[in-house]
Design a protein around this ligand. Structure first.
Ligand SMILES: Cc1ncc(COP(=O)(O)O)c(C=O)c1O
Length: 401
C-alpha cells in the first residue's frame, strides 16, 4: 500500500530518528548520554503531582475545548508576574502542548502556499506543523559567528511579499539559546505593522534566561495587540513534558475564535493534566528559580568542556537549554551514527541531534549539531570526554585524518 505523497515528503525528526541506534547501543550494555532531546531530569513540582494523585472524579469527562477556566485564570496571574496586564481568560486557548498551539497558529493564519518567515536554525518540528498546514517556511539565516543574533530587519523585509502572513520567532531560542531583546522585538513589530502581518513568538522557555538577563515577552506590547500571538507550554517550565499542556495567547479575539474551530474538533485538551498544570502554577517562585540556576550551571559546565575540544566551535547561549556547535567533521549525522554504532569510551557514548534539519536552506548546518544540557553535570562532563575521544576516532577512521 502506498502512503500519501504528503506524508512521504515529511521529515523524521532529527531529534528522535536516531533512537533505534541508541536502543541498539543500550542493548549491548553501552550507556547512552542523551544530549539530543530537551527532556529534563528535573522533578515536576510536587503541587502538580499531588493534583494528579488527588484526582478523584468518577468519570474523566470531556472538558471545554478552550481549556478549563481555572487553568486560564491561573495563567492570567502567572503572566502578571511578568508585568503582562490587560489579558482576560478569553485571550487564552489551552492546547495539547505548545506543539498543537504552533499547528493551530499556522492553520488559523494561513491558506495553503502562504508563507511564514522564520530565522534559521529553528525548532525543527515546526517544519512538520507548517507542512500539515501547507505553509512555506521562508528562512532568514542567523549565524553562529554573530552569536545567532537577530539578522538585520532588512533581511526580513526583503522576504515579505503578498503571500507572507507572518514571522515566527522562538525566544529564548531552541536551538541557538539566543534571547531576543526588547529593541529587536520592537523593530520586528514595527516591520509587521508596516506590512500588516502577524508576529508569532514561541516563548516556551521564557523562564530560562541566564547571566541575570531579563526576558521581554511579546505580550508586553499591548499597542501591537492585534498582530501578536504567543505560544506557551507547561512542558519545560515545570518539567512536565508528558502532560501535554500548552496555550495560544493573543489579544486578537478573532484569531482565538477561529482557532477554536480546530479546538472543538479535537474536543478538549487532556483533563487530568490540566488540573496538574493549574496546580503547578501555585508552586513557589523558588521552584523555577532553582531550576534556572541548575540549567545555568549545566550550561557553563558543558559549554566550557566543549570549548576545550580541539576544532569544536560554540558560543555561550543566553537562554533555553540548548546550543548549536560546529564540529570538525564532514557530516554531523554520520558522526552521530558513528557515536552510537561504532564507538564508546569506557562503556559510554553520546547521542545528539544533527543540525542540518534545523535549517530550511539546503546545505547549511551539515557540520553542526544541537546539544541539550538537561542532565546532571557529571554526565555532561562525561559526554564532553566521549565527544572529544569520539571526534578523534571518527576523524581518523572515517575521514582518514
Ligand atoms: C521551541 C519549542 N516550541 C514548542 C515545543 C513543544 O513543546 P510541547 O511539549 O509543549 O508540545 C518545544 C519542545 O521541545 C520547543 O522546543
Amino acid at each position: 500500500m502506498q502512503m500519501s505523497n504528503r506524508i512521504t515528503s515529511f521529515q523524521c525528526s532529527p531529534i528522535r530518528r536516531l533512537v533505534p541506534y541508541a536502543r541498539e547501543a543500550k542493548s549491548k550494555g553501552i550507556h547512552v548520554i542523551h544530549l539530543n532531546i530537551g527532556q529534563p531530569d528535573i522533578l515536576t513540582p510536587d503541587e502538580a503531582l499531588q493534583a494528579i494523585r488527588n484526582y478523584d472524579e468518577k468519570i474523566i469527562e470531556y472538558g471545554l475545548s478552550e481549556g478549563e477556566v481555572e487553568l486560564r485564570k491561573g495563567l492570567l496571574s502567572y503572566y502578571r508576574q511578568f508585568g503582562i496586564e490587560g489579558l482576560d481568560e478569553d485571550n487564552i486557548l489551552i492546547t495539547t502542548g505548545g506543539s498543537e498551539a504552533l499547528q493551530f497558529a499556522f492553520m488559523t493564519l494561513c491558506d495553503p502556499y502562504d508563507e511564514f518567515i522564520i530565522p534559521e536554525p529553528y525548532y525543527t518540528n515546526v517544519a512538520t506543523f507548517a507542512n500539515i498546514a501547507m505553509v512555506t517556511l521562508v528562512p532568514v539565516t542567523s549565524r553562529m559567528d554573530d552569536g545567532f543574533k537577530l539578522p538585520e530587519i532588512s533581511e526580513f523585509e526583503s522576504r515579505i511579499n503578498k503571500k507572507t502572513m507572518g514571522i515566527l520567532l522562538c525566544s529564548p531560542n531552541n536551538p541557538t539559546g539566543h534571547v531576543y531583546t526588547e529593541v529587536e522585538l520592537r523593530e520586528l513589530l514595527e516591520l509587521c505593522r508596516r506590512h500588516d502581518i502577524f508576529l508569532v513568538v514561541d516563548e516556551v522557555y521564557r523562564e530560562f534566561c541566564y547571566d541575570g538577563k531579563s526576558f521581554t515577552s511579546i505580550l508586553s506590547f499591548p499597542e501591537y495587540a492585534d498582530r501578536v500571538i504567543c505560544i506557551d507550554s507547561f512542558s519545560k517550565r515545570f518539567s512536565m513534558c508528558g502532560a501535554r499542556v500548552g496555550a495560544i495567547v493573543t489579544r486578537n479575539k478573532e484569531v482565538l475564535e477561529s482557532a477554536l474551530k480546530l479546538a472543538q474538533a479535537r474536543l478538549c485538551p487532556p483533563m487530568v493534566e490540566q488540573r496538574a498544570a493549574t496546580a503547578a502554577l501555585t508552586a513557589p517562585a523558588e521552584y523555577v528559580k532553582r531550576v534556572r540556576e541548575c540549567y545555568e550551571k549545566r550550561r557553563n559546565t558543558l559549554i566550557r568542556a566543549m570549548q576545550r575540544i580541539p576544532g569544536v566551535r560554540c558560543s555561550m547561549p543566553k537562554g533555553a537549554f540548548y546550543f548549536v556547535a560546529d564540529l570538525p567533521v564532514d557530516d554531523a549525522e554520520r558522526f552521530a551514527l558513528f557515536m552510537l554504532r561504532d564507538f564508546n569510551l569506557e562503556g559510554n557514548t553520546v547521542m545528539f541531534a544533527p543540525a542540518e534539519d534545523f535549517y530550511v536552506s539546503k546545505g547549511l548546518g551539515r557540520t553542526q549539531a544541537r546539544f541539550a544540557y538537561v542532565i546532571n553535570e557529571e554526565e555532561l562532563e562525561m559526554a564532553a570526554r566521549c565527544l572529544e575521544a569520539g571526534l578523534k576516532a571518527y576523524r581518523k577512521s572515517v575521514m582518514g585524518l
